[in-house]
Ligand binder design. Sequence first.
Ligand code: FPP
Length: 253
Amino acid sequence: MSAGQRPEVQAAGPSHVAVIMDGNGRWAQLRGLPRHEGHRRGLEALRRTVRNASDLGIEILTVYSFSTENWRRPAAEVSFLMTLLKHFIEKDLTELGAAGVRVRVIGGRSDLAPDLRRLVEHAEATTRNNTGMTLVVAFNYGSRDEIVRAARQLASDVAAGLVDATTIDESSISARLDTADLPDPELVIRTSGETRISNFLLWQAAYAEFVFTPVLWPDFDRAALEEALAEYRRRERRFGGVSEPSGRNVGVA
Ligand code: FPP
């Protein structure tokens, strides 16, 4: 896409797409391969999706790469996923940075190994001023954990006299979530045919459209992404007459 040309998605939205990348294990199992091979191919699908999303004019892409529940997986799988994140940040960062991508990582930081934490901080710091697509990697992320951390922060601000409890409203919570300065996603995609939200962006996805695709994450390609975007736009058009200026539908649950 040449500079200055605005892709079609800008006009029709969505500008923030979140993805639950599911099905790596089943993809591997179907081929008689170990689960880690599914994750390795999942990382390739992630790289591909970042390129495609940016190309299609999506402004923010949030991906669920490791949940607070994923610690319960076998130690070898957990360690492999940690290594993949490290690898993704180290190997892809230069390329992503050069393409103008801004990297953000959401999720609890205190459980991460110090070297991984430093990498994450470095990735965020070095891409902070980039003006291309924002890639938000949800790692050690769980919505309930995020809301609990926000509630603790708010309680401590009240105790310190910084916040008057009677003035607490939705924005007081939003401002203390990991996603504080990001707009809510308009579209959440889940791959692999599962139709659950699995503790992902519970607060932020309150008004999002959900698209569930049977495609297993390692097979998720440009056509699958475009189909999800087309489905989103079909739904938006259906309610077009009652949309408020922000694009959200009024009075339609
Ligand atoms: C769900 O598939 C996927 C994950 C728990 C990990 C997602 C990781 C990637 C896409 C690779 C990139 C990783 C990082 C850290 C950047 P599953 O294993 O639950 O699949 P299954 O439901 O078929 O078993």
